[in-house]
Ligand binder design. Structure first.
Ligand code: NAD
Length: 693
C-alpha cells in the first residue's frame, strides 16, 4: 500500500508510503484519492492529516512518468490537488524532510500546513527545464508574496522552513512544530483545524509588491530564453498570479506543456537520469561487497594531492599525506591548511569542525607511514617511471587488502598495476582540478581490478559527494581523450585564421563555461606540450598544428607566466587578446596556405562538437565508456558543458546522428588532407540508422 490510513480520535492520519521519497506516482495518487474519500465518508473523522513515512513528506512527482500515459492517468496530480482543495473536511499537511515539487504543490491545496523545524521546501522544476505545473506558480505567491515565491521558483533551490516562517505576513505555514513527529502534528490538527472556510489558498488575494523583482528577473533571463526558456516561463507564470486562480492555473498548464517539449527540458531530464545511470556498472551486481575505508593516504601534495586530501577530509575521513622531502611536504600541508581556512571563513566549517578536521590530517615524508591506510591515492608527477617506482615501493608497504589508486590523467593503469604483486587491488581515481570542488571522478577499471575494489571506489566517490563514472584504460580515459580531439580541432581552426578569443567566444556562447584557449591558459600550456611530445613518439603519424608549440617556445605557458594564448596584465585573471598571438595565427595561416576568411561562430561550434562526438562514439565502440550517457555525465560535471544541452552525446542525438555523419563527410571533402580526422566513427554511422545511442 502506498498510502496508510489510521484514525487517532477524530483525526484521520493518511501516510504516504512510497519509498524512497514518497514520489507521487499514479498508484500513490489513486491510493490517496481513495483514502481521502474514505475519510470523508467516515462520520467519526473531523480532520484529515496528510503525512509522509520515512525521510520526507514527499519528493514530488515521479519524473519517470513524465511523457508517459501514467502521468496523465486519473487522478493526475492537478485533479488530486483540486480534490483536496474542495474537500468538505479540513485537511492538514505535516511537512518534514525535503518537500519538493508536486509534494509542495499538494501541500498548497491543503487547508492548513505545519512543518518540522528542520524541513526544507522547494519547487525544483526549473532545473529540469520545466515550471511547477500543478499550481505552484499560482498558489505559492499567494502565501509568501511574489518576490519570495519568484526567488524559489526561478532558482529551484529549497528554502529552510525557519526562514519561510519568518517572512512578514506569510500564510504558508500555520505552525512550526518541534517535538516527536508526526504526533505533534496530529495533536495540532486535532486542536486547531476546525474549518475549511477561508482556508483555500486559491481564493486568497495576492499580497502586493514584487514588481521590481519581476522586472529584474525578466531582465536577467529574457536574453537567454531562446536556449533556456524555463526561467522566463516561470517568471511569466508568477507574474500572472494576480488573476483569478482558474485563469492562472490554465496559463500555468499551457506553459508547462510548452516547456515539456523543449530541447532544454529534454536535455536536463536526460542529465538527471544519466547521473543516476552512471552508478550502475556493467557486470557488477548492486550487492557486490565493499572494503571498508577508514583511513586514506595521499602521495604527493601538489595541486591534485592537496585537493584530493581536502575532498577526503571534507567527507570526514582521516588523511595522511606523503611527500618526497620536507620542503615539498610543507608546501602541501600549506595548501591543505589554506583550503580549510577558506572553508572556515566561508562558514562551511565552524571553529570546532575546523579543529577536528585539522586533527584528522597528518603529513610525513616516509611512505612507510601508509602501512595501515585502507586506500592510498598516488598523485605524483605524470611520468610512468616515477609512478611505477611509487607503486613498487607501495607494494612492499601497504597492508594486504589496501586499495592502491593512481590519479594519472593519461597513463596506462595496467602498466602501473603490473609492477605490483597485487594488480587486482589497483584502480584509477581520476579527479578533476580543483579536486575539492569538481564533482566528477573518473573511476578507471584496469584489466585486473577486482569487483570489490571497483565497488569500494564508487562508494568512496559517493562519500565525497562526487559523481563517479567508470572508464576502461586508454590514453586519456573518457574525458581527456575526447577533449584532446576538441583541442586539436581548435588548433586547426587557428591554423585557418580564427583567433583564440573568437573560438573561445563561440563555444562559450554555445554554453561551455570556458573555451579551449582560456582553459589551456588556466591549466598550463606546457602540460599539453609535454603530452604532444609523448604522442609524437607513440603516434608519429598524428599531426598537430605547430602553433601551440611555438607559443610554448616563447615561454607563454598561460596564467602562471602572465602570458599564454592571452595577455594577463599585472594582477588580472581575465586574459586580454594578444597582438603577438594574432601575429602567430596569421603566420600559421599563411604557412599552411589558407586564404584569410571570416570563420563563422557556427562553424567553430560545429567542428569542435563533431570532434567530441566522433571520439565519444569510438570510446563507446571500444567499450572504454559503458554507455553514451556516461560520456555526457563526464562532460557535464568535469568540463563545464552546459546542462541544458545534456552533454555532447545527447547534443548529437538532438541535432540528429545522421546530420552529424553528413557534416563529418562534408568536412572530409572540404579538408581532404585531413580526411582521416573527419572520418565518421563506425558506431556513429551504425547508430545514425536507429537515431540514438
Ligand atoms: P604537481 O606537480 O602539482 O604535484 C606533484 C607532487 O608530487 C609534487 O609536489 C612532488 O613533490 C610530488 N612528488 C613527486 N614524486 C614524489 C614521490 N616519489 N613521493 C612523494 N611525492 C612526490 O602535479 P599535479 O598537477 O598535482 O598532478 C599530479 C598528478 O595528477 C599527475 O599524474 C597529473 O597528471 C594528475 N592530474 C592532474 C590534474 C591537473 O589539472 N593538474 C588533473 C587530473 C589529474
Amino acid at each position: 500500500m502506498t498510502v496508510l490510513s489510521e484514525r487517532h480520535g477524530s483525526v484521520a492520519v493518511l501516510t504516504l508510503s512510497n519509498p524512497p521519497v514518497n514520489g507521487m506516482n499514479q498508484a500513490t495518487r489513486a491510493a490517496l484519492a481513495a483514502a481521502l474519500d474514505a475519510a470523508v465518508a467516515d462520520a467519526a473523522v473531523q480532520v484529515i492529516l496528510l503525512t509522509g513515512a520515512g525521510r520526507s513528506f514527499s519528493g514530488g512527482a515521479d519524473i519517470r512518468e513524465f511523457g508517459t500515459p501514467a502521468a496523465l492517468a486519473a487522478p493526475n496530480l492537478r485533479e488530486l490537488i483540486a480534490k483536496v482543495e474542495a474537500l468538505p473536511k479540513p485537511v492538514v499537511v505535516a511537512l518534514h524532510g525535503t518537500v519538493m515539487g508536486g509534494g509542495l504543490e499538494l501541500s498548497l491545496a491543503c487547508h492548513y500546513r505545519v512543518a518540522a523545524p528542520a524541513a526544507k521546501l522547494g519547487l525544483p522544476e526549473v532545473k529540469l527545464g520545466l515550471l511547477p505545473g500543478a499550481g505552484g506558480t499560482q498558489r505559492l505567491p499567494r502565501t509568501i508574496g511574489t518576490a519570495a515565491a519568484l526567488a524559489m521558483i526561478v532558482s529551484g533551490e529549497p528554502e529552510a522552513v525557519e526562514r519561510l516562517a519568518a517572512l512578514p505576513g506569510q500564510r504558508l505555514l500555520d505552525a512550526v512544530l518541534p517535538g516527536a513527529w508526526p504526533q505533534v502534528a496530529i495533536d495540532w490538527a486535532a486542536a486547531h483545524a476546525t474549518t475549511v472556510s477561508d482556508r483555500v489558498v486559491g481564493d486568497w488575494p495576492l499580497p502586493p509588491g514584487g514588481e521590481a523583482e519581476l522586472a529584474a528577473a525578466r531582465a536577467r533571463w529574457a536574453p537567454l530564453a531562446a536556449d533556456q526558456p524555463a526561467p522566463l516561463a516561470c517568471i511569466d507564470c508568477v507574474a500572472e498570479a494576480h488573476r483569478p486562480i482558474a485563469e492562472g492555473l490554465a496559463f500555468e498548464a499551457e506553459g508547462f506543456a510548452t516547456l515539456m517539449d523543449t530541447a532544454a527540458s529534454r536535455a536536463l531530464r536526460h542529465a538527471f537520469f544519466a547521473e543516476r545511470a552512471a552508478a550502475r556498472i556493467d557486470g557488477l551486481p548492486a550487492d557486490t561487497p565493499t572494503r571498508s575505508i577508514r583511513s586514506v593516504g595521499v602521495i604527493g601534495g601538489g595541486t591534485m594531492g592537496s585537493g584530493i586530501a581536502l575532498a577526503t577530509l571534507a567527507a570526514g575521513l582521516p588523511v595522511t599525506m606523503v611527500e618526497r622531502d620536507e620542503a615539498a611536504l610543507a608546501a602541501g600541508r600549506g595548501r591543505v591548511e589554506a583550503g580549510l581556512a577558506g572553508w572556515l571563513k566561508k562558514g562551511r566549517l565552524n571553529e570546532q569542525s575546523h579543529a577536528a578536521t585539522l586533527a584528522r590530517f597528518s603529513t610525513r615524508t616516509e611512505l612507510g607511514a601508509l602501512a595501515e591506510a585502507d586506500l592510498i591515492i598516488e598523485a605524483v608527477y605524470e611520468d610512468l617511471g616515477v609512478k611505477q617506482d611509487v607503486f613498487r615501493a607501495l607494494d612492499g608497504i601497504a597492508k594486504p587488502g589496501a586499495i592502491l589508486a593512481t590519479n594519472t590523467s593519461t597513463l596506462d593503469v595496467d602498466r602501473i598495476a603490473a609492477v605490483t604483486s597485487r594488480p587486482a587491488d589497483v584502480i584509477g581515481l581520476h579527479f578533476f582540478s580543483p579536486a575539492q570542488v569538481m564533482k566528477l571522478l573518473e573511476v578507471v577499471r584496469a584489466a585486473a581490478t577486482a569487483p570489490d575494489v571497483l565497488a569500494t571506489a564508487m562508494a568512496y566517490a559517493r562519500a565525497l559527494g562526487k559523481v563517479a563514472v567508470v572508464a576502461r584504460v586508454c590514453d586519456g580515459f573518457i574525458g581527456n581523450r575526447m577533449i584532446e580531439q576538441y583541442a586539436r580541432e581548435a588548433m586547426f581552426l587557428l591554423e585557418e585564421g580564427a583567433r583564440p578569443e573568437q573560438i573561445d567566444a563561440a563555444i562559450e556562447a554555445f554554453g561551455f563555461a570556458m573555451g579551449p584557449f582560456r582553459m589551456s591558459d588556466l591549466a598550463g600550456n606546457d602540460i599539453g606540450a609535454a603530452i604532444r611530445a609523448r604522442r609524437a613518439i607513440e603516434q608519429p603519424g598524428l599531426r598537430y598544428p605547430a602553433i601551440a608549440d611555438r607559443l610554448c617556445a616563447l615561454g607563454r605557458y598561460g596564467q602562471k607566466t602572465s602570458a599564454g594564448w592571452y595577455d594577463y596584465p599585472a594582477g588580472e585573471r581575465r586574459g586580454q587578446p594578444s597582438a603577438l598571438v594574432a601575429g602567430l595565427v596569421d603566420d600559421a595561416r599563411t604557412a599552411a596556405g589558407f586564404p584569410a576568411r571570416d570563420i563563422p561562430a557556427a562553424e567553430i561550434v560545429e567542428r569542435l562538437m563533431l570532434a567530441l562526438v566522433n571520439e565519444g562514439a569510438k570510446l563507446l565502440a571500444e567499450g572504454i565508456a559503458q554507455r553514451a550517457s556516461d560520456i555526457d555525465v563526464v562532460y557535464l560535471y568535469g568540463y563545464g558543458f552546459p546542462a541544458w544541452r545534456g552533454g555532447p552525446m545527447a547534443w548529437a542525438v538532438e541535432v540528429g546522428l545522421s546530420h552529424c555523419v553528413q557534416r563529418l563527410r562534408h568536412w572530409q571533402q572540404a579538408r581532404p588532407e585531413r580526411a582521416a580526422d573527419f572520418e565518421p566513427a563506425t558506431l556513429l554511422v551504425e547508430r545514425a540508422v536507429a537515431g540514438g545511442f
